[in-house]
Design a protein around this ligand. Structure first.
Ligand SMILES: *Cc1c(COP(=O)(O)O)cnc(C)c1O
Length: 448
């Protein structure tokens, strides 16, 4: 076939794709484009030389930029799982960058020159903030639960209320986690009601622990009852078993002071559990991490268990977490984006939305809307906000264009409109997002 012979050589096409892009991406893009053109030709669909170069150039530019890119979150979901849950405080990002770009005092005592413990940097702050005897950090809360159960209860039974047999984020299902840790699940009570007497009846020789699991991503309404955790602790002590608490959220602040419903804090949980687990990147607002906190005896046993070594965090995570915890200790927690965004009041949101709408121009207007906490925290809580509604042709196509530009902007499409919620944006992102929206609206206009 004549057309196939006229397709450019991969190297020749790569040579036409702009000196500024690394050769490796130009060659890769040229190869993919030539392959695509070849199969199109076979189907009798020829492609012009100009279109070929344009396609290859666009593909090379896409390959050359990082996949894990910064995104402007205009979705109004504060803990957006797809965007990496909590946005780090500036101090946390700087601490991680500093630890990464340099050698760091991870496991060395600078006074004596002797061996230190990587967990100490964070443990001292957790002890002070939470009131626990001891604490440690692992990869995430799921890892923390597996480690706790394997170290303290493997080969024995774990009691769990039927109201707490939850699945969190796809593959984290409490019954399966218990099984994977080498423990035997013993179900207690009913979906809506589990009383202290149900636990009492289920306790026998083979039980190692009572597990409490926070229903992070759903709410049951109606006739609902769970045993009081302080009563559970008293029962556990009387019968010589452990009370283990999977709290999830890692809430350290009194949310009622931010105008939200108060939820159990790490301090609350530490007051009743022998040992507990929390996420670093939910309501705590730090990096992905699993925090294990509780009695010294439990933590010592967990640290000695071989799996602990397999789940230990790196210096970047520990630096970011230490910096985040220091903000709490210094009373600067509103510098943590998660808390700052949750605390934003109607007046501030309305002002930000107005500024965003003004910068976008006549296609935009402000509308009352709701933001979400997200990330499997505070289920059932919705947050009143002011958003900016943008009139466009095809809203899905406009939202896609917003995601594909530079920087990507993640908006919401609701009732056929593109909606941008300033709750999850920094002040200096308002102008950037507005420029991206103007660009998309103008392009749509140009297309008719
Ligand atoms: C979110 C959550 C987990 C999982 O936490 P990761 O840090 O994502 O591993 C486990 N348990 C509860 C109760 C949760 O809310």
């Amino acid at each position: 076939m004549e057309g196939l012979r006229r397709l450019p050589k991969v190297d020749a096409l790569a040579g036409l794709l702009g000196e500024e892009l690394p050769w490796v991406y130009r060659v890769e893009a040229a190869r993919r484009t030539v392959e695509r053109a070849r199969s199109m030709l076979r189907e009798g669909r020829p492609i012009s030389g100009e279109a070929l170069v344009a396609q290859a150039r666009e593909e090379a530019a896409l390959l050359a930029r990082p996949g894990l890119r910064r995104v402007i979150n205009a979705s109004g979901v504060v803990l957006h799982t797809g965007l990496g849950r909590a946005r780090w405080a500036k101090a946390a990002a700087e601490a991680a960058a500093e630890a990464g770009a340099n050698h760091a005092a991870l496991e060395i005592r600078l006074d004596s020159g002797g061996r230190g413990d990587r967990q100490e940097h964070v443990e001292q702050h957790l002890r002070a903030l939470v009131g626990c005897e001891a604490a440690m950090v692992v990869n995430n809360c799921a890892a923390a639960m597996v480690l706790i159960l394997a170290a303290l209860a493997r080969g024995r039974e774990v009691l769990l209320s039927r109201g707490q047999m939850v699945e969190i984020g796809g593959s984290f299902r409490m019954p399966e986690v218990i099984e994977a840790s080498g423990c035997v699940l013993r179900e207690v009570g009913c979906t809506n009601k589990t009383r202290i007497a149900d636990y009492e009846r289920a306790l026998h020789e083979g039980v190692a622990a009572i597990l409490r699991c926070h229903p992070s991503n759903f709410a049951v309404i109606g006739y609902v009852e769970e045993a009081d955790p302080r009563e559970l602790r008293a029962l556990a002590d009387r019968r010589g078993v452990l009370l283990v608490d999977d709290m999830g959220s890692g809430c350290l602040a009194d949310l009622s002071r931010l105008g939200l419903p108060r939820v159990e804090t790490m301090r609350d949980v530490a007051s009743w559990a022998h040992v507990a687990a929390a996420s670093g990147d939910k309501l705590l607002g730090g990096p992905q991490a699993g925090l294990i906190f509780g009695s010294r005896a439990c933590l010592e046993e967990i640290r000695r268990y071989p799996l602990a070594r397999a789940l230990r965090p790196d210096k970047g995570t520990l630096a970011a977490l230490e910096a985040t915890l220091r903000l709490y200790r210094e009373g600067r927690e509103l510098e943590i984006p998660t808390l700052k965004y949750l605390a934003r009041g109607e007046r501030e949101l309305r002002r930000m939305a107005s500024r965003l709408a003004r910068r976008i121009g006549p296609a935009a207007r402000t509308v009352p809307s709701t933001s979400e906490v997200g990330g499997g925290a505070l289920p059932g809580v919705s947050l009143a906000t002011w958003a900016v509604e943008v009139s466009t042709g095809d809203p899905q196509a406009a939202a896609r264009s917003l995601r594909l530009g530079d920087p990507p902007v993640l908006a919401r499409v609701q009732e056929g409109k593109v909606l941008l919620d300033p709750r999850t944006m920094e002040e200096d992102e308002v102008g950037i997002a507005a420029a991206r929206v103007r660009e998309v609206v103008a392009r749509e206009g140009a297309h008719g």
